[in-house]
Ligand binder design. Structure first.
Ligand code: M6R
Length: 611
């Protein structure tokens, strides 16, 4: 939701902080700020909007101190303004705090602190932390943060500095990611290791209710860890073998386009090592064959794009292993007492691995005795930590707020999981699985083919860019990716879009159609192809402008649609992979034509770590 960073070392802190904040800007871009410590105390700067505004503000005579904290915000409590931008200070500017998460009991704490004489200057929940630390401080910042944290209810990743302890940063974590590491020039903390990776690849992912004290002395950074009782702990570092190029544009105009082009590699990497001696291999799933065989229901829980990947998987799981599978948005699942038993398999899908609703749903499911598999892109993320087994999609860092390569990675991982269930339960023969595996691998090349010529997609986008609304229709797997196509269009171009199972058109949505109204139809060759053609004809009869995603070699469709975007022929069960790519490019092309910032859509952040 927000990005926090802290640095103590030999470099000018503001430069390290700004560069880290830029990399974490996908987490929020309502405002940004830094607090830098030097011999004269703490120096603060806040700006509304992107990190570039803050960078400009500190480019002149700002403190050259070598210890500081920074923040990029996605507003929850208090509108985006300089006043509400982090870091927040207490009554005097002696303590500064950056925070990612939500302090649920902040109103009661604020009231108590005001009664005790504290003066507040923002509407945020975070400011109470600064005042609590100020109250508790008796010469030891770590102890003061620990005491303050014991009063907090909610989620937090915190980094705190104080004027009285030069070169020291204290961090705390509860349900919000915090990563720390000692690098080449000092010690660092951040919400995401993307901000640390230039300095070190050996990091510690803080566990819940633990604390870290970062310092820099005699040319060396060091970190001390303790638990909520103040007992020293020694967590194991994790080595990160990530490709840093993921955090750079590498010649592309935006991360969304870059990440769309990384999809063939995502497919290959997610599949790598999964077929061993002709059998599917998932060593990291901790369930035995007996336990897998006993599963009588699958729930896929997720949000947004990850939910759409779940919709695709439902079709495959039910078709191949005949296990009933329900897909549910996590924010509903967690509040409605679903039928979950010890023989239920819950699959939690989350690119970031930190979506609050998905995490809460995982916890609920485990309390009810279900086994939980996580499917995530982020190693060591809360979803990975809290699941019984985890499959990592190998999409590498995804920066653009609009999920693209992670969607394809999720679809591939879930397809493999569906094959695994079918392998265990005998729904598919070994030969069928091997053949499907080969065809799944072939989709990487087919996506490359789509990416090689996007002229038909751009032409269709030009024709639709000025519309006020658009309808996406399809059937079967085709309908599932319509939901994803419509979401992509909405979130990056602000053009209203709705997805419908094409068979439902006549039950209401057809009333929307008029001359020139864009209908995007997924009409690939499938068992329901003829039905979709009928729906296209019905749309044309009402004056709609039809864009069809169709299978190469289908000349018939050109008689019905205004624009045809051809994609290579694949088996229907893999059509979500190929057909979603033109929908991503279509949405981006419209967004660019409408002058939108595709990587930073308004009101959004990459990870939703609050309810
Ligand atoms: O990190 P997660 O996969 O849990 O995130 C879920 C959604 O917030 C995410 O997919 C969102 O819908 C994207 N902006 C879609 O492009």
């Amino acid at each position: 939701m927000c990005g926090i960073i802290g640095y103590t070392g030999s470099l000018v802190a503001k430069d390290v902080l700004i560069s880290g904040l830029k990399r974490m800007e996908y987490r929020g871009y309502d405002s940004a700020g830094v607090a830098v410590q030097d011999g004269e105390g703490l120096h603060l700067a806040h700006r509304v909007g992107k990190v570039a505004n803050l960078e400009e503000a500190v480019s002149g005579g700002f403190s050259q101190g070598t210890c500081g904290i920074g923040h990029t915000r996605w507003a929850t409590h208090g509108r985006p303004s300089e006043q509400n931008a982090h870091p927040h200070t207490a009554c005097a500017d002696d303590f500064a705090v950056v925070h990612n998460g939500i302090i649920e009991n902040f109103a009661a704490l604020k009231e108590e602190l005001i009664q005790a004489g504290h003066v507040f200057s923002s509407q945020t929940d975070t400011e109470v932390v600064a005042h609590l630390v100020e109250d508790a401080y008796q010469g030891d910042l770590l102890e003061a943060v620990r005491a303050a944290a014991s009063r907090l209810v909610g989620a937090y990743g915190l980094a705190v500095v104080c004027a009285a302890e030069p070169g020291v940063i204290v961090c705390a974590r509860k349900d919000s990611p915090v990563v720390v590491g000692v690098g080449k020039t000092g010690a660092l903390v951040a919400s995401d290791l993307v901000a640390l990776i230039d300095e070190t690849r050996d990091v510690v992912v803080l566990a819940d209710d633990t604390f870290a004290r970062l310092s820099y002395q005699d040319g060396r950074g060091s970190i001390r860890f303790c638990d909520a009782q103040g007992r020293e702990i020694h967590p194991e570092p994790t080595h990160v073998d990530w490709d840093i190029s993921a955090a750079k544009l590498g010649g592309y105009p935006d991360f969304m386009l870059k990440e769309i082009h990384e999809q063939p590699r995502t497919i290959r990497d997610t599949m790598a090592g999964r077929m061993v001696n002709g059998h599917l291999q998932f060593d990291e799933l901790s369930l035995s064959v007996e336990e897998l065989s006993a599963i009588d229901r699958v729930y896929i829980i997720a949000c947004g794009t990850s939910y759409h990947a779940g919709l695709v998987a439902k079709n495959l799981i039910e078709a191949w292993s005949r296990i009933p599978c329900e897909v549910e948005v996590a924010s509903e699942f967690r509040y409605r007492n679903p039928i979950v038993t010890p023989s239920t398999l819950v699959v939690a899908v989350s690119q970031s691995g930190e979506t609050a609703d998905t995490l809460a749903a995982i916890r609920d499911a485990r309390i009810k005795g279900a086994k939980v598999f996580g499917v995530t892109n982020v190693v060591g993320s809360p979803v990975a930590q809290e699941s019984d087994g985890v499959i990592y999609i190998k999409a590498n860092k995804e920066i653009s707020v609009a999920a693209t390569k992670s969607f394809l990675g999720q679809v591939v991982a879930l397809t493999l999981m569906a094959m695994l269930l079918a392998q265990v339960r005998g729904g598919l023969t070994i030969n069928q699985i091997r053949m499907l595996f080969r065809e799944l691998a072939d989709t990487a090349g087919q996506v490359e083919q789509i990416l090689a010529d996007t002229s038909a997609i751009d032409a269709a986008a030009q024709a639709c860019k000025d519309a006020a609304s658009a309808l996406f229709i399809g059937r079967g797997i085709g309908s599932t990716i319509c939901y994803e196509g419509a979401l992509k269009l909405k979130e990056i171009s602000y053009l209203h879009a709705e997805a419908y199972a094409a068979g439902e058109m006549k039950h209401g949505p057809i009333a929307l159609l008029h001359d020139g109204f864009p209908v995007i139809a997924v009409a690939t060759k499938s068992p329901t192809y003829d039905k979709v053609i009928s729906n296209i004809q019905e749309s044309k009869a009402r004056g709609a402008l039809v864009v069809a995603i169709a299978t190469e070699g289908d000349t018939e469709i050109a008689n019905h649609a205004d624009h045809v975007i051809y994609i290579p022929k694949v088996r229907d069960c893999f059509s979500a992979i190929t057909a979603s790519v033109p929908l991503q490019l279509f949405a981006r092309s419209i967004a660019i034509a409408r002058g939108c910032d595709v990587d930073h859509p308004r009101n959004l952040a990459k990870s939703v770590t609050v309810e």
